[in-house]
Write a protein that binds this ligand. Structure first.
Ligand code: ACO
Length: 427
């Protein structure tokens, strides 16, 4: 085999050959699907840092160069020329929409944005202080009970229906959670408003006062959603694909994805960024916390810095930084918070600890500040991440379903426990 690698077991000199699969962009992949039957050994890759878990045509990332592309379009070009719903269409339909296609897509999402009235009772079941990510996870799982006939379907048209329905309902679920938690009257979607605008409208309006939304606010939120739309095989997407591999209901897969995204090492980081900036409090305190972040014996980490894949500036963070500057030139933001954020960024971009470890600001650093400026409650930041990511998850789930055979995700392990606990001599 010419396009292959040969592995030599130095214990006995045995050689094994594995094919190399070439990608259209990025690293080639060694196909080790037959590694265990061939060698009698497993491979070990904690956190899957060197493992490709699927073939995909959706999103490409080059973490070294700071490149992100959806279906071949760079994120910078999309952010400059398109809106969130264009990218949703692109991810789901594998092509950008024409003007007419986008028009009917928007219309369809509007009419699907309502939720079954019975589901509203669900919000009363949660305690007042319930975290919105837990509520959202439960809501999406509950949606599977309304569309359960789709459990055993095998039809791409049905997949698309499920995807559009979920994208359309997420802002309503998120806004209803907020209104209910505050004891405010629910505001239903307004069919005369666009997707992103509608969310802010449902969050902020009251029956007696129509909300006045600035164009820049809608644009900034639209950018945040777009920049979160998909990100290759990250922890939550891998979760969606893993649950999908068992042929579970797609909304159950997405609900599991929300659970994975909740954690502060993933989507919970934008909430962590603001909480941390508030805790640091003043520019004078920044040095103390930078010192803590650099101390190996201190678990403190700078939220919004570092990324598993990007070892260069996260391209999404760059786009959002521009948007953040545009936004704060037009609306008020806590100046002190901004000063602390700017000082941290300045130090981190120049300090040897961060530079040598390639710890650049990630998307959460700036999205946290934008969402704060948009007066989104801090504990809802990750919910906005979910709203943005649902189309990516659904596109990845649909891609999984398009495969001829779906292999259930079932990794192995390096067992290091006792050999035989009934036998005293465990050696
Ligand atoms: N602050 C201080 N030190 C850090 C940070 C940070 N934010 N991130 C990584 N490091 C250090 C580690 O201590 C480690 O140092 P060492 O080599 O001396 O041991 C080195 O940088 C490498 O870090 P790892 O944890 O091995 O990197 P990994 O790729 O596993 O983790 C992660 C990436 C989880 C994002 C990490 O950088 C982190 O915890 N960042 C803060 C949380 C955050 O912003 N998460 C959002 C990620 S983006 C997203 O999900 C959309």
């Amino acid at each position: 085999m010419s396009n292959s690698v040969t592995l030599t077991d130095n214990r006995n000199g045995k050689q094994y050959e594995f094919p190399i699969l070439d990608s259209t962009l990025g690293p080639s992949v060694i196909d080790i699907s037959n590694f265990y039957p061939t060698t009698g050994m497993f491979t070990f890759d904690r956190g899957y840092t060197s493992t490709a878990m699927c073939r995909s045509k959706i999103t490409f990332i080059d973490g070294e160069k700071g490149i992100l592309k959806h279906r071949g379009y760079s994120i910078e070009w999309l952010a400059e020329n398109k809106n969130f719903l264009d990218v949703v269409y692109l991810l789901l339909n594998k092509k950008l929409p024409t003007k007419e296609e986008l028009g009917s897509f928007k219309q369809e999402l509007k009419t699907r944005s309502f939720i079954n009235e019975k589901m509203i009772r669900l919000f009363s079941a949660f305690p007042d202080k319930a975290h919105p990510m837990a509520v959202l996870q439960a809501c999406v799982a509950t949606l599977s009970t309304y569309y359960s006939r789709d459990m055993n379907f095998d039809n791409p048209i049905e997949y698309m229906e499920l995807a559009k329905r979920l994208v359309a309902k997420m802002p309503t679920l998120a806004a209803f959670y907020y209104r209910h938690s505050m004891g405010y009257p629910l505001i239903y979607p307004d069919l005369d408003r666009g997707f992103t605008e509608n969310f802010l409208y449902m969050m902020r309006s009251f029956p007696h006062s129509r909300v006045d939304l600035k164009r820049i606010e809608v644009k900034a939120l639209d950018s945040v959603l777009m920049l979160h739309a998909d990100h290759e095989q990250n922890a939550s997407t891998t979760t969606v694909r893993t649950v999908g591999s068992t042929h579970s209901h797609p909304y159950s897969c997405i609900s599991a994805g929300i659970g994975a995204l909740w954690g502060h090492a993933h989507g919970g980081a934008n909430e962590g960024v603001i909480k941390q900036l508030e805790m640091i409090g003043t520019v004078e305190n920044v040095d103390k916390y930078i010192k803590k972040a650099k101390d190996k014996n201190d678990p403190f980490r700078l939220m919004g810095f570092g990324h598993r894949v990007y070892k260069n500036y996260d391209p999404r963070a760059r786009v959002l930084k521009k948007m953040r500057d545009e936004l704060i030139s037009e609306i008020d933001i806590d100046e002190n918070l901004l000063k602390v954020a700017n000082r941290i960024e300045e130090i981190a971009l120049n300090d040897d600890y961060f530079v040598s470890r390639n710890l650049y600001p990630n998307v959460d650093f700036n999205s946290g500040l934008i969402l704060k400026a948009l007066k989104i409650p801090t504990d809802m930041f990750a919910v906005l991440f979910v709203m943005g990511r649902v189309p990516g998850w659904m596109a990845q789930w649909m891609e999984l379903k398009e495969q001829d055979t779906i292999k259930i995700v079932r990794p192995r392990q390096l067992y290091i426990g006792p050999k035989d606990s009934l036998n005293e001599n465990n050696e």
